[in-house]
Design a protein around this ligand. Structure first.
Ligand SMILES: [Cu+2]
Length: 288
């Protein structure tokens, strides 16, 4: 079967890349838990009858490889200076080596870019601009250290979702930051975000997110990119990537169905919009 053959080849390729000490069992699995159209009425993509393309199911976590399905993430530079508004450019190269210029829109954007520090201490979720020649550009604000660039997109020629990752070095002196201890709450800009739920590897776990300000539940979260919040889970150690959209959102609660493929510490980044400002809260969760 095509999938099995491809999976075998991918596992071998990845094992070669990662080197010894990485059993296949240690790798996490398929990603994405898109909400159904009925549960996602505020999403214009869904309301328009569009279908969220299924991620390519390789049985491996997304974002670990720079190439997959014939497509390659090609950073214009693999090192950047630190700073507040440094241009970051890249292309997605198709099977014939030419830049992809046609993309399917998913959650109101043709490409979602996550730039995360290797130690998970820095995180940005950005929406770069596409030039006609296939070059994506955005401004990043990065501290010195090792970063990972994760491009989440659906090239039209492929017709399915792809998450590719590449390393980016940011110059200067930067100390690694230890991963914060597991916690169910995070503070951001005067908002308290509570994340409840047990993550169990290989099982769908319900995660309930609540946002409060000054002790008062926030019940009027605004839609952001077609949903009442976005959750990105990145596994500590390899930055295996999982992007989840809400199953339901009502009142002060946003619920997600999260299936992390393997146990271990994960950093959950919750993007939410309130008062026309998008903020991100992050908590560490241990998956059993
Ligand atoms: Cu996005």
């Amino acid at each position: 079967m095509r999938t099995a053959a491809r999976l075998g080849a991918t596992v071998l390729g990845l094992a070669a890349v990662l080197g010894a000490g990485w059993g296949v069992g240690a790798l996490v699995g398929p990603v994405g838990a898109p909400a159904s159209a009925a549960e996602h009425a505020e999403d214009e993509d869904h309301a328009a009858g569009g279908h969220e393309p299924a991620p390519v199911d390789t049985g491996l976590p997304a974002g670990l490889a720079v190439s997959a399905e014939g497509h390659t993430l090609d950073l214009a530079a693999d090192a950047l200076p630190a700073g507040d508004a440094v241009p970051l450019s890249f292309r997605l190269l198709g099977p014939d080596g030419t830049p992809v210029t046609a993309y399917e829109t998913v959650h109101e954007q043709d490409l979602h870019l996550v730039v995360v520090r290797r130690d998970l201490s820095g995180y940005q979720h950005l929406h770069p601009e596409l030039a006609p020649d296939g070059t994506w550009t955005t401004a990043v604000a990065l501290q010195p250290g090792s970063w990972r660039v994760l491009a989440d997109a659906t090239p039209s020629d492929l017709g399915s979702g792809l998450v590719l990752g590449a390393d980016l070095a940011v110059g200067g002196t930067g100390e690694p930051v230890p991963l914060p201890a597991p916690s169910s709450t995070a503070e951001v800009d005067g908002y308290t975000v509570t994340v409840e739920g047990d993550l169990v590897a290989g099982q769908e776990s319900e995660v309930v997110v609540r946002v409060a300000r000054d002790g008062v539940p926030v019940t009027d979260l605004q839609p952001y990119l077609g949903a009442r919040g976005h959750l990105v889970a990145l596994r500590a150690g390899d930055l295996g990537y999982l992007h989840v959209h809400p199953t339901t959102a009502s009142g002060a609660e946003v619920r997600f169905a999260v299936e992390v493929p393997a146990a271990g510490a994960h950093r959950l980044f919750f993007d939410f919009r309130h008062g026309d400002v998008v903020r991100t809260a992050a908590v560490t969760v241990d998956a059993r």
